[in-house]
Design a protein around this ligand. Structure first.
Ligand code: GUN
Length: 292
């Protein structure tokens, strides 16, 4: 069993990005600049956004964090987005999700200029991904592809089972794994909350990607011997022995499942750091595509 070390792989890719930034600066080219909009005070979202800003510093990007009040109107949020669309200094930006319930997320995403949509959430980028055209690929699926690539995992002809059909992870992941690409060419099954007998499907997976947000949903009896398991879940469960009062667990029961796997991502330190790195990668792409 090999642990897919997302933390270390992320740092290696970030070093490559940092090198490219230095080369750009020496050549008199623009330094990439990522902006993030955070609405309200959701603690996990604050942590993720801070992680993104920190990562920008690490690779030598400029970054801007725009923290908006939790009661901001949709109209005013759209105005902030408009400013970023029009600001030539900003190469790419994200609106951290989830947003407060009264805000229409699809409408917000629609207003992000596709050229600056480094999260790859805009329908134009989603459509291009489906057609295998150059675009920004959603950061979590892209991070997973890069992790599989770094560990030289052969995916062609394998059966990939994705659990979870979210717009951000499960849905794009299912499309990407079926593409005719080096990391791809899988037969894909997409399972979700209405799938009966989930284990019947997960048991067939050569590659199992779980992104459903239910702590320890996948147990060892649901995984085939030698499977490659990618756990996207980042769930907080109460733990009085921890200073913060909680610990992070994935959607896969790691302790009992890991010995059965050929490869598995830990939580934390698996997919999470790769997501941030993929966002940096997309921001560098934005700078190269639209500023060089
Ligand atoms: N919330 C959870 N994951 C993500 C992500 O990849 N991007 C944004 N903007 N919000 C998220």
């Amino acid at each position: 069993m090999t642990i897919l070390d997302g933390k270390n792989t992320a740092l290696l890719i970030q070093d490559e990005i940092a090198q490219e930034v230095q080369t750009r600066i020496q050549a008199g080219k623009k330094k990439p600049h990522l902006a993030a909009i955070l609405v309200g005070n959701d603690t996990p979202s604050q942590t993720y956004v801070n992680g993104k800003v920190e990562a920008c510093k690490r690779v030598g990007f400029d970054s801007t964090l725009i923290h908006l009040d939790e009661n901001i109107s949709e109209e005013n949020l759209l105005l902030e987005i408009q400013k970023l669309n029009e600001n030539p200094q900003i190469d790419g930006f994200i609106v951290q999700l989830p947003l407060p319930k009264y805000i229409n997320v699809d409408n917000v995403i629609k207003h992000i200029h596709p050229d600056k949509d480094v999260d790859g959430f805009h329908p134009e980028n989603v459509g291009k991904m489906n057609k295998n055209q150059p675009c920004y690929i959603s950061a979590t699926p892209l991070g997973i592809l890069k992790l599989l690539e770094k560990y030289e995992i052969q995916t062609s002809g394998k059966h990939c089972v994705v659990v979870g059909r979210s717009q951000i992870v499960g849905s794009p992941m299912s499309i990407l794994m079926a593409r005719n690409e080096k990391i791809g060419n899988c037969t894909v099954t997409l399972c979700h909350s209405k799938t009966p007998n989930l284990a019947e499907f997960t048991m067939q997976a050569d590659i199992l990607v779980v992104a459903i947000g239910i702590p320890n949903l996948i147990t060892k009896d649901m995984v085939k011997e030698g499977a490659i398991v990618i756990d996207v879940g980042i769930n907080r469960v109460e733990d009085a022995t921890k200073k913060q009062g909680f610990r992070l667990v994935g959607d896969v029961d790691y302790t009992e499942t890991a010995p059965k796997c050929s490869f598995i991502t830990p939580v934390p330190g698996g997919v999470g750091p790769m997501t941030i790195t993929a966002l940096l990668y997309n921001t560098l792409l934005a700078c190269k595509w639209h500023k060089d």
